[in-house]
Each structure stands twice: as C-alpha cells, then as structure tokens.
Design a protein around this ligand. Sequence first.
Ligand SMILES: NC(=O)c1ccc[n+]([C@@H]2O[C@H](COP(=O)([O-])OP(=O)(O)OC[C@H]3O[C@@H](n4cnc5c(N)ncnc54)[C@H](O)[C@@H]3O)[C@@H](O)[C@H]2O)c1
Length: 190
Amino acid sequence: MFGAFPLAGKIVAVTGGASGIGLAFCKLALSSNARVIIADLKLNRDTEALVADNNKASFYKCDVRNWKELEDLVPFSESKFGNVPDVYAANAGIAESNSTGFWNDAEEDKYAALEVNLGHPIKLSRIAIRALSSRGKKGVVVITSSIAGMHGHFTTPLYSASKHGTIGLIKSMALAETEANVKVVGICPG
Ligand SMILES: NC(=O)c1ccc[n+]([C@@H]2O[C@H](COP(=O)([O-])OP(=O)(O)OC[C@H]3O[C@@H](n4cnc5c(N)ncnc54)[C@H](O)[C@@H]3O)[C@@H](O)[C@H]2O)c1
C-alpha cells in the first residue's frame, strides 16, 4: 500500500504554478509546510511577492513544451532543496483560443493545446518515475485534467481531446502505485 503521504517537508513542483489552480496548489502545499517549486513561463506580481517573502518557495522558469527545460526541473530541485521533488503537479494548461483552436489553427507547427495539455503530463510522469526511483523514494504525480476530458465539445475539440488523453493516462498509470512506488492521480475541475 502507498500509505499516508503528509506534505510537511516534502518538495512539491507545480507546473503552471504562477496563477489560478496551480497557485492554489502552491499555497496549499506551503501552508502544509512543504517546499514548493513554481514552474512556469513567468512570475506575476502576486507570485513574485510569494517567492520573495517565503524561502520555501522558489521559481523555476520553464516552457513545459520544451522537454529539456522540463527535465532540468529535477536538477533545479536538487540544487535548491537538496533532493528530487516528491510531488509533481502537471497543471499547466491552455484553453483553445481562436488562433490555436481546431477550427482556425494555421498548422504551421504542432497543436499547442496537445503539447501543453497532454504531452507535458506524459513527459512529467516519466521524469517523476525516473527521478524518484533513482533516489529510492515514493512520490505522487497530480495531473490537472478537466470535465472537458469526460465530454466532447464541438467548439473546443483539441482541448477536449487533450483532456480525454490525460484521463486515459491517469487510468493507465493506476498500477504505478505498486509497480513503481509512484501514485498517479488526477483532478477534473469545471
Ligand atoms: N479554471 C478552470 O475552470 C479549469 C477547468 C478545468 C480544467 N482546468 C485546467 O486547470 C489547469 C490550470 O488552469 P487555470 O484555470 O488555473 O489557468 P491559468 O491560466 O490561471 O494558469 C495556467 C498557468 O499555466 C502556465 N502555462 C501555460 N502554458 C505554459 C507553458 N507552455 N509552460 C509553462 N507554463 C505554462 C501559465 O503561465 C499560467 O500560469 C489547466 O490545465 C486547465 O486546463 C481549469
């Protein structure tokens, strides 16, 4: 059994941690006495103050579509807090806008919604399993999905497909709890 997993003293890394739901995760973890890594494109005024006022919070600048930057989250944690993260929250996500949506995307590159919303949770899960097993630690991956992962939406098919993908990933990783000592869970806001 995975057992109790109190956050006190743990290292919690949150992608998209600079605002919204990710910031709420970070504040919750800090209030539980965890050390927190806010992994995001940039800080805003609120999160700048949070990091400046709290030596248990730190900012790691990354674009989750860039695998090298995502991988380097682990050495960042080791240098900042002396160990690999215990909790990996794959939370960064983007809505389907006019320019990046199914109906209007210029198709000059990959679909951004899939890269951010699905590619990065897959990659971060792999990073987490490798990092935790290298240290003989157990840990948790928390993926922010959506109710859009349970229902189709004609206006936002890419977003919906990406979030369906995360639910498939979370369900598929159930055995990681016993096979790899990593519990993969998800939330579906909305
Ligand atoms: N707010 C909702 O009602 C709702 C509902 C269902 C699901 N969600 C999901 O919750 C998660 C958080 O959403 P939110 O509402 O808090 O959004 P938000 O826009 O407030 O926060 C998203 C954060 O992700 C960051 N981000 C975006 N692209 C990034 C990238 N390429 N690399 C690094 N960081 C990046 C942004 O800078 C931002 O800080 C998303 O996955 C979203 O799909 C939100």
